[in-house]
Design a protein around this ligand. Sequence first.
Ligand code: TXA
Ligand code: MG
Length: 343
Amino acid sequence: MTTTVLPTDPPPQLHQAVAEAVRLLQQGEVVALPTETVYGLAADALNPAAVAKIFAAKERPTFDPLIVHLPDKKLLDTVAEVPPEIQKAVIQLIERFWPGPLTLILPKKACVPDLVTAGLPTVAVRVSANPVFKRVIQALGRPLAAPSANRFGSISPTSAGAVVAELDGRIPLIVDGGACMHGLESTILKVEAATPKNLLTILRPGPITVEDLKVYGRVQRVTRSVVDEATEAPGQLASHYAPRTPLRLLAKPSDFTPEPGKRYALMSFRGEEKDGYLGLTDWAQVLVLSPGSGKLPEAAVRFFYVLRELDKLGVDEIIAEPMLEHGMGTAMMDKLRRAAVKP
Ligand code: TXA
Ligand code: MG
């Protein structure tokens, strides 16, 4: 199969790309689309044959459920039930965060194929804020299942070029909407009724942070074992997001002693000499997430790109500096820990 990449700028190109994406999706094909988090590989969520093509292109096991994207938040009840005891909280959350990088886990409606939810009684739903994604899904007028547009277990793509590297020859179309605004996948949240405050469980940390959520309830994070993950959040396998090159996450500079003859590359947070990592060895390459300032949202935008570039070098090991574990640092540290687990 030949993979076409269509630009979305200037506007006549945008209209062409949107029309072509809608045409293919209506035919039950898969299309890679930009979202505000990462690129997604989309198909008509209510068409099991189309959804099956997502699993095939990604080589994704069918126990790993997909996120359903809606054209508009008003359509939530077409795919999910909102239990009365959490209705108020859910309405508040979607009023505040949709469209945006928040995915909610809710009981599913019968129209959602079991293939989408991996047989679970719940469905993961969100509404994307990306202008290109919005145009496509609103023109189509149907929900889209869309996981990240990478091969299963690989690094999520945050540019059309990264999707080409992952899925060239396996899908008919990539719509190039430029770089993704957040650069990390959506926060996945489960809401449960409790007194005096509802319980909000973060199943996957992302751009919507604990700090953003805590006014809506008591927030907890789950750190799961691989066994639990296989049942409750099946896609959150410990060895996710792995580069092919072994990766080690340091807690402090003195944790690293280079072995003679080995080549190392450094993923540096802000590239400052005084942090103590730059001088540890003669690095084959140093890539910096947020040069100088060390701003977490900037680091997040560059995170998967930097990981992908470091993985191309063919070094013996990628060494990662730790980041602050607040805001988007929580999600990046989570991904680094998962990348560091040997599959
Ligand atoms: O930002 C995002 O969420 C991106 C863009 C494309 O929207 N999508 C994304 O999809 O990251 P994916 O498939 O790479 O990750 C979705 C994860 C699954 O791996 C799984 O852990 C979780 O969502 N998930 C899906 N349905 C679930 C459910 N019913 N219960 C618990 N977790 C679920
Ligand atoms: Mg993914």
